[in-house]
Design a protein around this ligand. Structure first.
Ligand code: DGP
Length: 137
């Protein structure tokens, strides 16, 4: 068995958290280092590192409650804007290798800062990618 992640330990009640929601498949709790007040983490109880490893059932369970938890965070903080962030892999800033969704209220300057350096693709690259991705689905 792999060593449990910090979120596995939270699920096992080995370490505490400020829980705001729980059901049979999902736990949500406040981030210990929030980018803004109300920064909440929503995790599946299934212990996998990356979103693409998550079962359809657990994906559905998370999808079902994310908007509800987001509404509660907005109502509690007074925020109207927020980011939903989900990092996969160390190169994509993932630090805890248990799937998690961040709900991050934008409150003035507090919240997620995004560097969005958009690019464009070479001629034909888009069509090629569509073919390749569709072939995998
Ligand atoms: P990420 O970079 O997407 O893997 O974000 C991991 C987040 O988890 C980060 O915002 C801090 C938070 N975090 C790490 N350890 C703990 C913990 O022990 N308790 C809580 N509540 N949050 C944690």
């Amino acid at each position: 068995m792999p060593e449990p992640t910090i979120f596995g330990k939270i699920l096992d009640r080995e370490i505490p958290c400020h829980s705001v929601y729980e059901d049979d498949h999902v736990l949500a709790f406040l981030d210990v280092n929030p980018l803004s007040p109300g920064h909440t983490l929503v995790i599946p109880k299934e212990r996998v590192a990356f979103l693409h490893e998550l079962s359809d059932d657990q994906s559905a369970a998370i999808g079902r409650v994310l908007p509800r938890i987001a509404r509660a965070v907005l109502a509690a903080t007074g925020a109207t804007d927020y980011n939903l962030l989900q990092n996969n892999g160390a190169g994509a800033h993932q630090a805890v290798f248990h799937v998690h969704f961040h709900i991050i209220p934008k409150l003035g300057k507090r919240g997620l800062g995004v560097g969005w350096k958009s690019t464009s693709l070479e001629a034909g690259e888009t069509e090629e990618l569509v073919v390749k991705i569709r072939a995998q689905l």
